[in-house]
Design a protein. Structure first.
Length: 223
């Protein structure tokens, strides 16, 4: 009975996250800032609560993920104000470092050359495209690029290392996080495009929910 209740609660919170995220995206697209500034952080708070309630607390992976999600919440809140963009960038940089630590806590640092090369090529090319529009943020954005691509590398490497459901979710999540930030960078430093807010938020929340969900899945061994 307790297991059934937990599954029902898990489904309820997951559905609530989806519903609140949908409303946040809708109100953002409708330029209803008053509701958006409430619903955006609320979505991330619900993802944190989902992780805290259902995450398996056997190792450092869970702890680092929760810390990373708290930094994501800080970043979400700071980015609601354009004046706090650099602080929001710093909060997400810290989140990516914490995600990296969480991934490396599962068996240590992993060096797989192919994903590293692909991410470096993508990072250099994309940074070069954005370069002229970065202005005073050239160094902060370069630093952010390095950190998020490192996070992506370690997340993808987990899936190469072991074929497990939780690690597949992690690899899936880091690709969505990179996609979300790439779209955000294009809209901010290059030019806005149709449905940019929808795509940025959707890929971001899919990413962090997937990482949170990965902490709830039993793995084949305890690391």
């Amino acid at each position: 009975m307790q297991i059934a209740q937990q599954k029902n609660l898990k489904l309820f919170i997951s559905t609530l996250i989806l519903f609140v995220a949908f409303l946040a995206i809708f109100f953002n697209a409708s330029n209803n800032n008053a509701l958006f500034i409430v619903l955006k952080p609320l979505t991330t708070i619900l993802i944190i609560l989902f992780t805290v309630f259902f995450g398996i607390r056997k190792n450092k992976f869970y702890k680092w993920v929760v810390i990373a999600l708290i930094f994501c919440l800080a970043g979400d809140t700071l980015l609601l104000k354009e004046a706090y963009f650099i602080w929001g960038l710093l909060a997400f940089l810290m989140a990516h470092l914490c995600f990296s630590f969480s991934f490396m806590s599962l068996g240590g640092f992993k060096f797989y050359l192919i994903p590293l090369i692909l991410l470096i090529v993508f990072g250099i090319g994309y940074y070069w495209i954005l370069y002229d529009g970065l202005q005073a943020l050239k160094i902060p954005v370069l630093t952010y690029f390095i950190v998020i691509l490192f996070m992506g590398w370690q997340g993808i490497s987990l899936r190469i290392w072991k074929n497990e459901a939780a690690l597949t979710l992690v690899a899936f999540a880091v690709l969505f996080f990179i996609t979300s930030d790439a779209l955000l960078a294009w809209a901010k430093f290059k030019e806005p495009f149709r449905w940019d807010g929808v795509l940025i938020l959707a890929t971001y929340w899919i990413s962090i929910f997937s990482i949170g969900l990965s902490t709830t899945i039993e793995r084949k061994k305890s690391y």
